[in-house]
Ligand binder design. Structure first.
Ligand SMILES: [Zn+2]
Length: 67
């Protein structure tokens, strides 16, 4: 059973929580090229926390193992 999970990252500048979807994790962060997330509120870029990047990588690996 898989639960829908949403990860949150807080903006470094204004503190606005940003919802990180699995889609974003899969398509951006896992390849380590994307290290920052754009904030729609204050228009600053926030560094993606290391632990979330790790989760993204694990998600990716898990999905490709189980196919
Ligand atoms: Zn912000």
């Amino acid at each position: 059973m898989q639960r829908k999970m949403v990860y949150l990252a807080l903006c470094d500048t204004c503190g606005t929580p940003k919802r990180i979807t699995k889609y974003a994790l899969r398509n951006g962060w896992r390849n380590s090229i994307v290290t920052e997330e754009y904030c729609n509120n204050c228009r600053q870029h926030t560094k993606i926390p290391e632990h979330l990047r790790k989760i993204a990588k694990e998600l990716y690996l898990f999905q490709h193992r189980s196919v």
